[in-house]
Design a protein around this ligand. Structure first.
Ligand code: XMP
Length: 514
C-alpha cells in the first residue's frame, strides 16, 4: 500500500478496531499491529503517526503489555489512548496510579482549545471514560490540556515531541467530538494529507492484482455473500476470464438465491469471469440424512462444502492462485493483526490450506472493514440488494431446520421464509431489522383445515435488532403484519398449520435455532 498511514499499536483494548475505522473515516489509511511488533518493523512502514490503544492491564504490573521507550525518540507523532496514555507517561518518567475515583461512562471534560488536538472542540465536551488507573503525575515536558472532576490529566501533550495522551476513548461514539479529535491528531499533529479514498483503493488493487497474477489462473469460492462477491467483482475487473468462480449450491440456500447469484455472476451477468455453479444438494441431503445434532450438521456441511469445492477445482486447468474474501476483522480476530485475539480457525486467514496445489493465496480485502467492503462493491457495480443483504450463515437453512433435514422440509422453510421476507420488506421494515428469517421447528401438532384434521409442522418467525450480533432483541412487529404473514403461510405453504413469532432475545436464546 503506497498511501500515507497511521499505525495503531494494539495493547489489547476492546475498541481497537474502532480506532482504525475512525481514522480511515477521516480519509487516512490505518493498520493495526500488536505491541509485540518490533520497533524496526514499525519504523520501516514509515507511519505518519502512531496510536497506542487502551488495554486491560495496569502499567505497574510487570507482566503488562509494554513497548520500548525508543519509539518516543523516532520523531513520529504518537497519541496514547487510556492505557496507551498511561503507558506513555510511565515510560517517560511520569507516575500512574490507582485513581481514587474510578470513572466510567459519559463524563464532562474541560479541554484547552489552544492544543491542536482540541481545535474546534467545545470547551466542555462529553467523553467516554472507562479506567481504574490514571496519570497521577505527568512525565517531564508534558502539560495538561484537559481535566474532569476526578481526573486532573484527562489529556496531556508535549507539543515539541508531538506526544499526546488522552484518558478517555475518542474512538467510541459516546465521546461526542471524538472523531473530530482523531481528525485533529491525524491532520493537525501528524500532517496527513488524507489520501485514503475507496476509488483509489479499487484502482490500486486492480493494478496490484494484475501484477501478482500475471497470466496465471485464479480460482475463488463464491458464496453469494458480500465479501466473496466483492472479491469476484474486483478480480473480474483486474484479470477477467483468468478468474474462475465456483459457486457450490448446497441445497440449503434461501428461495431463488442460487438463481440470483447466477444472474449477477453467470454468463448473463455483468462480469467477465468463468462461473461454475455446482448443484450439490443431493449429496448434502444424503450426507445429512441421519444428522440431528446442530454441531454435527455444521461439521458435515463444512466438510462437504470444502470437498465439493476441491473436487471442482481439481477439474480446472491447474489454477495457481486461490482467492478468498478475508476481511480485516477476520485478520485481527485471528490474532495476526492486533492483540485482541479470539482465535477463529475457520477463517483460514493468512495461509493456504494444507495439502493444497495452489501456489499462492489472494486476499484483496484483507485490510478492509465491512462497511469499506460494501463501498468497494457499490463502486464495482454490484447490486444494492446484494451489498446490503442481511447476514446468512454458511450452513444455511441446515441450522434453521431443527432436527433431521429432508428436501421437503427445506422447501417448506424456503417458502415460509420468502413470504416473511417479502411482507417485512413491503411493510418498509427491512432496514430497521438486522436479521429476519423463518425456521422450521421440529414440532407437529393437530389442526383443522376445511373439515379435515391435520397433523402438520409449526413455523417460527424470527426478527432481531442488534449492534454486533453478540446480543440481540426481538423486533416489535405490528400485529396486523404478523397476522397477514401467518395467514399467508398456512394458506400457501402445504404442511404448515401453525406459525409462532419468537419474542426471545439473545441471551438467553441465540439468533439462529441451532
Ligand atoms: P447466533 O445464532 O450465534 O448468531 O446468535 C449470530 C450471528 O452469526 C450467524 N451464524 C453463523 N454464521 N456460520 C456462519 O457463517 C455459522 O455456523 C453460524 N451460526 C450463526 C447468525 O446468522 C447471526 O448473524
Amino acid at each position: 500500500m503506497e498511501n500515507e498511514k497511521i499505525l495503531v499499536i494494539d495493547f489489547g483494548g476492546q475498541y481497537n478496531q474502532l480506532i482504525a475505522r475512525r481514522v480511515r473515516e477521516c480519509g487516512v489509511y490505518c493498520e493495526i499491529y500488536s505491541y509485540k511488533k518490533d520497533l524496526d518493523e514499525v519504523l520501516a512502514m514509515h507511519p505518519k503517526g502512531i496510536i497506542f490503544t487502551g488495554g486491560p492491564n495496569s502499567v505497574y504490573d510487570p507482566a503488562s503489555a509494554t513497548y520500548t521507550a525508543e519509539i518516543f525518540k523516532a520523531g513520529i507523532p504518537i497519541l496514547g489512548i487510556c492505557y496507551g496514555a498511561q503507558l506513555m507517561s510511565h515510560l517517560l518518567g511520569g507516575r500512574v496510579d490507582h485513581a481514587p475515583v474510578r470513572e466510567y461512562g459519559k463524563i464532562e471534560v474541560s479541554v484547552d482549545n489552544t492544543s491542536p488536538l482540541f481545535e474546534g472542540i467545545r470547551a466542555q465536551t462529553i467523553c467516554w471514560m472507562s479506567h481504574n488507573d490514571y496519570i497521577a503525575e505527568m512525565a517531564p515536558g508534558f502539560r495538561a490540556i484537559a481535566h474532569s472532576d476526578h481526573c486532573p490529566y484527562a489529556a496531556v501533550e508535549d507539543s515539541s515531541r508531538k506526544l499526546y495522551g488522552v484518558q478517555f476513548h475518542p474512538e467510541v461514539l459516546h465521546t461526542q467530538e471524538g472523531t473530530k479529535m482523531l481528525s485533529n491528531f491525524v491532520y493537525h499533529v501528524c500532517g496527513c494529507a488524507g489520501d485514503w479514498k475507496m476509488s483509489d483503493f479499487v484502482e490500486q488493487s486492480i493494478r496490484q492484482l494484475r501484477e501478482t497474477v500475471g497470466d496465471k489462473q485464479v480460482v475463488l469460492g463464491l458464496s453469494g455473500g458480500v465479501d466473496s462477491s466483492v472479491v469476484a467483482a474486483l478480480l473480474s475487473r483486474a484479470i477477467g476470464s483468468q478468474l474462475t468462480c465456483i459457486f457450490v449450491d448446497h441445497g440449503l440456500l434461501r428461495k431463488n438465491e442460487a438463481d440470483e447469484v447466477e444472474a449477477v455472476f453467470g454468463p448473463k451477468g455483468n462480469f467477465d469471469l468463468n462461473f461454475i455453479r455446482v448443484d450439490a444438494s443431493a449429496r448434502f441431503y444424503r450426507k445429512l440424512r441421519f444428522a440431528t445434532e446442530p454441531e454435527h450438521k455444521r461439521k458435515i456441511i463444512g466438510k462437504q462444502f470444502v470437498r465439493v469445492f476441491e473436487e471442482t477445482a481439481a477439474g480446472l486447468d491447474h489454477p495457481d492462485f486461490l482467492a478468498q474474501g478475508t476481511i480485516y476483522p477476520d485478520v485481527v480476530e485471528s490474532g495476526l493483526g492486533g492483540e485482541s485475539a479470539t482465535i477463529k480457525s475457520h477463517h483460514n486467514v493468512g495461509g493456504l490450506p494444507k495439502h493444497t496445489r495452489f501456489k499462492g493465496l489472494i486476499e484483496p480485502l484483507r485490510y478492509l472493514f465491512k462497511d469499506e467492503v460494501r463501498q468497494v462493491g457499490l463502486q464495482l457495480g454490484l447490486p444494492e440488494s446484494l451489498i446490503y443483504r442481511q447476514p446468512f450463515p454458511g450452513p444455511g437453512l441446515g441450522i434453521r431446520i431443527i432436527g433431521r433435514i429432508t428436501p421437503e422440509k427445506v422447501q417448506l422453510v424456503q417458502e415460509a421464509d420468502a413470504i416473511w421476507r417479502e411482507e417485512l420488506l413491503a411493510a418498509g421494515l427491512g432496514s430497521q431489522i438486522n436479521q429476519y428469517f423463518a425456521a422450521l421447528t421440529n414440532m407437529r401438532s393437530v389442526g383443522v383445515m376445511g373439515d379435515e384434521r391435520t397433523y402438520d409442522y409449526a413455523i417460527a418467525l424470527r426478527a432481531v435488532t442488534t449492534q454486533d450480533f453478540m446480543t440481540a432483541e426481538a423486533a416489535e412487529i405490528p400485529w396486523e403484519l404478523l397476522s397477514r404473514v401467518t395467514n399467508r403461510i398456512v394458506n400457501e405453504v402445504p404442511h404448515v398449520n401453525r406459525v409462532f413469532y419468537d419474542c426471545t432475545g439473545k441471551p438467553p436464546a441465540t439468533v439462529e435455532y441451532e
